[in-house]
Design a protein around this ligand. Structure first.
Ligand code: NAP
Length: 545
């Protein structure tokens, strides 16, 4: 392969290396793609900003970080010794267990040897003449390859609030998505947390266990559902493992790769008494049974959704008897209009004397000072500020790289008014670049490994053909891209998410134009489309032999 690639700079710069293919990111998707490509015997190199594998589970090492997919549904499905021997310790694994798992997989397949760690990609440019990408790391090291897979993650570009004085704070300060690999203690400290999304809910719960005083600044309350985690025994694992052959295909046949499927019976087919019982059963079940396992009209019908919201509000009132506190904690948006966080005794912690909840609408942060934050009611002193303020989701990691395609066009310029892609997998004008976990695709969200594997296997075939010189260029046609972008945009406008500001529309990032970023269709249909495409000459792609 490398003989057809021109590496003009190799003579001038010792740091240029030539590969058949590059995979940027060594998280769940990147590792799997690396595995698939090395299985094809390709000379492939992974490039990873962190010092080890795991992606999300490497960076988000904040206390309390854990899955809300059942652990065994989140692992790789390919049959191997790891699948046969790995015993999940909890129904919903915590970050340390997940990090160990991804390290185990990387070691098992000797993938680590093919990854450059501590290497963050700064830019990549398509060389039109030679049909190859030149990728440059922040360190200055360059790579040349016919094809690049960007597996840079849906949630890997953290965002901070824009509050003046943040840099003047002299205490400890952390972002949940960039938590340091060191012990951080809360005992005896005054801590402020900003943000109450899925990360905030988890970290707040841990901090509240052992803190002198905790102040939580909440911009929008969330419908936090109880996770109902539990340890898994050897017997549990034996039973679960015996079910793998049926489980993996079944998961691929659900809407988003979770164990739970929408109840085909709508709320209107239940009597009031039956519905109450149905809701109680869901509420007491683990994980997303309380979202994707509910009567299906809750996903789209205002009246049905309100019934579940009323039930949830009742639970919050029961848990938090103080009416002023429960008023602050009960959302006024539909259930599912924002990503639903899972928690463990989350609402309960607000009954503690040492925990204070402040609504940002009523108590805005005017500035961060050297010793805490200033509000109109006075200063709040803190030893630590935790920013649980989320990510520039879907597009952030891609936009933070300087990606130049045909005719010098920049990806971030092309996406200024919202991303344009074909199936979230390719972009017109950016040949031989494959995306996973970016905008518009199925891969990377839902139960991420299940949603991504079909896409990763699909692209591995094309990447292989490009890398072996059976093809020179593969890119989305502008027509296919426009049609898919329109489909995604239209799908976003129909759901409850359209009713709130949120990361699925990108307007959690100040100044960003609102555009729907996710593909919310069903996983089996998406995978079937990929299979059909591969069998019928890849309509929608422009392929140059
Ligand atoms: P997030 O869901 O975007 O939540 C960010 C929080 O910070 C929200 O409460 C947000 O308020 C608040 N916020 C943002 N900017 C702010 C500002 N300038 N001032 C004050 N508050 C501000 O981010 P996240 O909690 O990190 O979760 C991101 C995603 O990670 C989730 O959607 C989920 O997919 C994933 N995640 C998964 C798990 C899991 O699998 N168990 C755990 C954690 C995270 P608003 O709501 O008003 O914007």
């Amino acid at each position: 392969m490398s003989q057809v690639l021109t590496a003009e700079s190799t003579t001038q710069q010792q740091t240029t290396e030539v590969f058949d293919a590059l995979v940027i990111g060594a998280g769940t998707s990147g590792l799997y793609e690396l595995y698939l490509l090395t299985q094809q015997g390709l000379n492939v190199r992974g490039i990873e900003a962190g010092s080890s594998v795991g992606g999300t589970w490497y960076w988000n090492r904040y206390p309390g970080c854990r899955l809300d997919s059942e652990s065994f549904t989140y692992q790789y499905a390919f049959p191997d010794d790891v699948l046969a021997t790995w015993n999940w310790k909890e129904l919903f694994a915590g970050q340390p267990e997940l990090e160990s798992y991804f390290n185990e997989v990387a070691d098992h397949y000797n993938l680590r040897a093919n990854i450059d760690f501590n290497t963050r990609v700064a830019s990549m440019t398509f060389d039109e003449q030679n049909n190859q990408w030149t990728v440059t790391a922040e360190s200055g090291k360059t790579y040349i390859a016919r094809v690049v897979v960007s597996a840079t993650g849906l949630l890997s570009a953290p965002i901070y609030p824009q509050i003046s004085g943040m840099e003047t704070f002299t205490g400890e300060s952390y972002h949940t998505g960039l938590w340091p690999d060191k012990e951080v203690t809360f005992s005896g400290k005054k801590v402020i947390v900003i943000g109450t999304g899925a990360s905030g809910v988890q970290v707040i719960t841990e901090i509240a266990k052992d803190v002198s005083h905790l102040t939580v600044f909440q911009r929008t309350p969330n419908w936090v559902i109880p996770l109902r985690n539990r340890p898994l025994t050897d017997d549990d694992m034996q039973r679960i493992r015996a079910g793998y052959p049926e489980m993996f295909p079944k998961l691929r046949n659900t809407w988003s790769g979770f164990l739970h499927s929408w109840d085909p019976k709508p709320t209107t087919d239940y009597t009031d008494e039956e519905l109450r019982e149905r809701f109680e059963t869901a509420y007491n079940s683990p994980g997303f049974a309380k979202w994707f396992g509910l009567p299906n009209d809750i996903a789209f019908d205002d009246v049905a959704n309100q019934k579940w919201c009323d039930f949830m509000a009742e639970k919050i009132h029961e848990i938090v008897p103080d009416p002023e506190l429960s008023r602050l904690l009960i959302p006024n948006h539909p259930f599912g209009a924002k990503r639903v966080p899972c928690g463990t005794h989350y609402f309960e912690l607000y009954n503690q004397d040492n925990v204070e909840l402040l609504s940002l609408a009523e108590h805005p942060i005017l500035e961060v000072t050297s010793t805490g934050v200033r509000t109109p009611d006075g200063d709040i002193e803190a030893d630590m500020i935790v920013y649980a303020t989320g990510f520039e989701a879907f597009v952030g990691a891609l936009n933070r790289m300087d990606i130049t395609g045909l005719g010098g066009a920049k990806l971030r310029d092309k996406w200024e008014d919202g991303p344009k892609t074909f199936l979230g997998l390719q972009v017109a004008g950016f040949p031989n670049l494959f995306l996973i976990g970016g905008p518009h695709g199925k891969g990377g969200h839902g139960n991420s490994p299940r949603c991504a594997e079909g896409s990763l296997e699909w692209m591995a075939l094309l990447v292989g053909k490009l890398a072996r010189n059976e093809l020179t260029r593969v890119e989305a046609t502008p027509e296919a891209e426009a049609e898919w972008t329109e489909t995604v945009n239209a799908s976003g406008m129909g759901g409850f998410m359209a009713k709130t500001k949120n990361a699925f529309f990108g307007d959690n990032v100040p100044g960003r134009k609102r555009a729907f970023l996710a593909y919310t269709g069903a996983l089996p249909e998406f995978d079937e489309r990929l299979r059909t495409m591969a069998q019928s000459g890849y309509p929608g792609l422009q392929i140059t032999a």
